[in-house]
Design a protein. Structure first.
Length: 65
């Protein structure tokens, strides 16, 4: 993982954020791509994913450092 994150540091900031969010939440690419800030609740460290592949909403934990 250290090699992955070292290589990731050379990528544009947007891509760094995308990959870190995808890895930390374990969510699908499509969910990350359509994520809305209004679905994120920083006080609870949760991200409400309104529509998942199975058609049901899901809550992903978002750990804020």
């Amino acid at each position: 993982m250290s090699r992955f994150f070292a290589a990731l540091e050379k990528e544009p900031e947007l891509m760094q954020g995308y990959w870190k969010l995808a890895l930390c939440t374990g969510t699908r690419k499509g969910n990350v791509q359509v994520m809305k800030f209004s679905d994120v609740h920083l006080d609870r460290q949760e991200w409400l994913i309104p529509l998942t592949k199975n058609g049901k909403p899901e809550v992903a934990m978002v750990r804020v450092p």
